[in-house]
Design a protein around this ligand. Sequence first.
Ligand code: F6R
Length: 343
Amino acid sequence: MEDMLGYIRKYPEMILDAIEATKRAALPSYEFDRLLVCGMGGSAVGGDLATDVMRAYGIPLQIEISRRYALPPHVDRNTLVIFSSYSGETEETLSQFAEARRKGLQMICMTSGGRLKKWAEDLGVPFVEMPAGFKPRAALPYSLFTVIEYLREAGKLDISRDIDETVQVLTELRDDPQKDNEIMSLAGLMANSRISVYAADAYEAAARRMKNQINENSKLPANWDVFPEMNHNEIVGYEDNDLNKESYVLLLRDADEHPAVRTRIEATKEIIQGKVKGVAELWAVGKSKLAKEMSLVFLGDVLSYYLATHGKKNPDKTANIDALKAVLKEKLNTQEKIEKELV
Ligand code: F6R
């Protein structure tokens, strides 16, 4: 089995494999004008990235992510509901699955196993099977590119050339030892800090993903926000304050960022520099929006891995998540209760 860095370095292959797996699944051609992705943690971020992609390509399909126990009240028969759970055992996602089933909604699942796969098989809900053996967060390319491929099949989005570019950009980044050294050195500077990730709003999903990876892989406290919104509140938290001496600010940049956003980012840097432990930047690589966003995801994932090694943490383990899931199982056993009602 690969370690976390090994999986991150396999993203180009995973993208191609996700597309093939989706084709193999021969999903039905549903009629829909709204997409809802139900998932938590690493399995939800693919939906966030799909949202950024749809916006960047100007696709007028409403897409929403539901990280809750209940479906939003406005889902209807014109909504396609995608259930994304790598383990297939996440109770929030399973609760929404049961509700969608009761309501007779159009459903698709993405999973590697667990109850979600079993229920999909037993109840005839179409699903895309992800390969087993990953940490859920390492399977990100599957949850994003399954959605992108399905939207292509549904005639709603065709970005095949940009997918090719993305695979090429990620392969080049992976094979660039200088880039790797650069990220490793940055991790050395940022080690043992509280990390705030800020991106232009076009890269909202990359910022959230980076924060999650820093939490889960590096075991560090982190938060995220976007420009311009952070200029209206979060920036004030950087007035002189000893708490910020332990903070490192990471800015996600794009050579083509909106000129107003660029001015805001530069001005924000001026204002907060000297009040925090440090400010660093990661620049998107590539031409297309898809390649650029995935390059930031890749670089952030690699950074989170090196932050873990600098902090002598095991990037694979998420002990607190495991402990919490064990308590919930013992106290609530939600999965089993839903199953009894469902079957
Ligand atoms: C663990 C991870 C978590 C999980 C989340 C939901 O690697 O990334 O954020 O993704 O606990 O579990 P799944 O993805 O199995 O539905």
